[in-house]
Design a protein around this ligand. Structure first.
Ligand code: HEC
Length: 149
């Protein structure tokens, strides 16, 4: 009887977990985080190219968005999300999760470095773009398979 009860509880817990994954799909979530990254880097690049006026608040906010996006990002790749929703995640992520996580930490640390010494001028925007931008490419070159150019 005890064993039966236990089995019932396990099934209930598993069902709840499945329901919460459906509500917060990890593939959709990680793609949304990355779209935010693209927008934040776009805001910095716009200033660096002179297409948008320098705005220290906007620049530092963009860096904050990048930092927030990096925290926990690499946990959005649970087993079973290797395919689906046109994911561009490379199978290499699941072959070398530690290496992948290190690339996430690199972005987190680059953004944290800029937060520690906030941007005050256009040179700061350019320096942040360089320091943070190389961590984007550093992960994508190995762990992202670009499907649509
Ligand atoms: C730790 C690895 C990692 C880092 C660091 C990283 N990315 Fe990504 N990025 C990915 C992966 C993996 C995908 C594919 C996700 C998917 O489709 O499931 C992706 C997808 C994207 C996409 C496409 C999103 C979509 O579905 O439309 C953009 C844009 C993007 N990244 C921008 C950036 C920018 C900008 C940075 C740096 C600020 C960055 N990424 C840093 C791993 C990373």
């Amino acid at each position: 009887m005890k064993r039966l009860l236990f089995a019932g509880t396990t099934i209930a817990v598993l069902t709840a977990a499945a329901a919460s994954w459906a509500a917060m799909d990890p593939i959709a979530t990680r793609q949304a985080v990355m779209k935010n990254n693209g927008a934040a880097m776009g805001a910095l690049a716009g200033m660096a190219k002179g297409e948008a006026p320098f705005d220290a608040n906007a620049a530092n906010l963009a860096v904050r968005v990048l930092f927030n996006g990096a925290v926990g990002f690499t946990d959005l790749f649970p087993d079973g999300t290797q395919t689906g929703m046109d994911t561009e995640a490379s199978p290499k992520i699941w072959e070398d999760m530690a290496g992948f996580k290190a690339k996430g930490v690199a972005l987190e640390e680059a953004a944290a470095g800029v937060i520690a010494t906030p941007i005050t001028d256009l040179d700061g925007v350019k320096a942040a773009l360089g320091a943070i931008g190389k961590t984007c490419g550093g992960c994508h070159e190995t762990y992202r398979v670009k499907k649509d150019g």
